[in-house]
Design a protein around this ligand. Structure first.
Ligand code: FES
Length: 297
């Protein structure tokens, strides 16, 4: 079965949509019930403080630990019993890491829809199944007469988590989840370019304009004009169709990421990458923008 066949088969599973649609509001509501604190926890789990999604970094802990366990288990099966305590410890460390990976992954999953949500659902279920196998294995490792079964369960768990990791990789590299959607081959203008007559940008409004090939969000708030990359860094949402907030921020219409208009920094996730900002000036009745010299892409 080829790669596309596997992914296509998963995407056709309507029960994944049904299950995802049932779980999604429960997770979102849990964060919202926490008010401002819930929002801060959600942002922290996304990795807004890191400028990078936190989930992929944490997945290295269970995958690395369980790879170590597989190697040490193999040594034990080859008669080198001294590696047994190391294997048991690696399984336990992997389980601790899996908790962090699960919580951050579930948080990122709230910012997905359609096929991404389905594949994310399958990814999470596989990893939960693998964790259950490792928990059972850890319990059985204590007794000599069940140690062989325990190692077998760990090996099975390793296969399951590897397939889960493959789906996680597809979400990033195939579905572009967790990558910076403002990264583009288009040239950001190093010199000021005219993008809109000033009188066409009303107070308290936003517009999408083009600076060369680059879509730019123009916003006017309290008499000041701001310009950011128009494509949301999270999953490419059109920022001009979002909300211009009273506190000089813009909210993406797709999954609610909030960015500062002043500097493009992420105020709330799921985005973790800032929006590139542009310098703005008005000359001869025209709004002009350019990318700041140090931020040229
Ligand atoms: S595209 Fe998801 S928050 Fe903007």
């Amino acid at each position: 079965m080829g790669q596309n066949t596997i992914i296509d088969a998963i995407e056709k599973q309507e029960w994944l949509k049904t299950a995802g649609d049932a779980i999604h509001p429960a997770v979102v509501n849990a964060f919202e019930a926490g008010g401002e604190a819930g929002q801060q926890v959600k942002d922290a789990l996304h990795g807004t403080w890191l400028g990078h999604p936190l989930h992929p970094a944490l997945t290295d802990v269970p995958i690395g630990s369980w790879t170590t366990a597989a190697v040490l288990d193999t040594m034990e099966l080859m008669g080198k019993k001294k590696y047994a305590p190391g294997a048991d410890a690696a399984v336990a460390v992997g389980l601790v890491g899996a908790v962090g990976a699960a919580v951050t992954g579930l948080t990122d999953w709230t910012g997905t829809t359609k096929e991404r949500r389905k594949i994310g659902m399958m990814h999470g279920m596989l990893n939960a199944g693998a964790a259950a196998l490792y928990v059972t294995s850890l319990l059985l490792r204590r007794r000599k007469n069940t140690r062989g079964t325990a190692i077998g369960l760990s090996m099975l768990g390793y296969g399951v988590v590897s397939f889960g990791a493959y789906l996680g990789g597809h979400l990033v590299f195939g579905k572009q989840l967790g990558v910076d959607h403002t990264a583009t081959a288009a040239e950001y203008p190093e010199d000021f370019v005219s993008v809109l007559p000033e009188n066409e940008l009303a107070e308290n409004s936003m517009r999408c304009v083009k600076a060369g090939e680059v879509p730019v969000l123009l916003a006017r708030k309290n008499g000041k004009i701001f310009a950011l990359a128009h494509t949301c860094s999270h999953l490419g949402g059109p920022l001009s169709e979002g909300d211009l907030l009273d506190d000089g921020r813009v909210r993406c219409p797709w999954h609610g990421s909030v960015f500062s208009l002043e500097d493009g920094s992420v105020v709330h996730g799921p985005a973790t990458e800032p929006q590139p900002r542009f310098e703005v000036r008005v000359r001869d009745g025209q709004i002009e923008v350019r990318t700041p010299a140090k931020e040229n892409k």
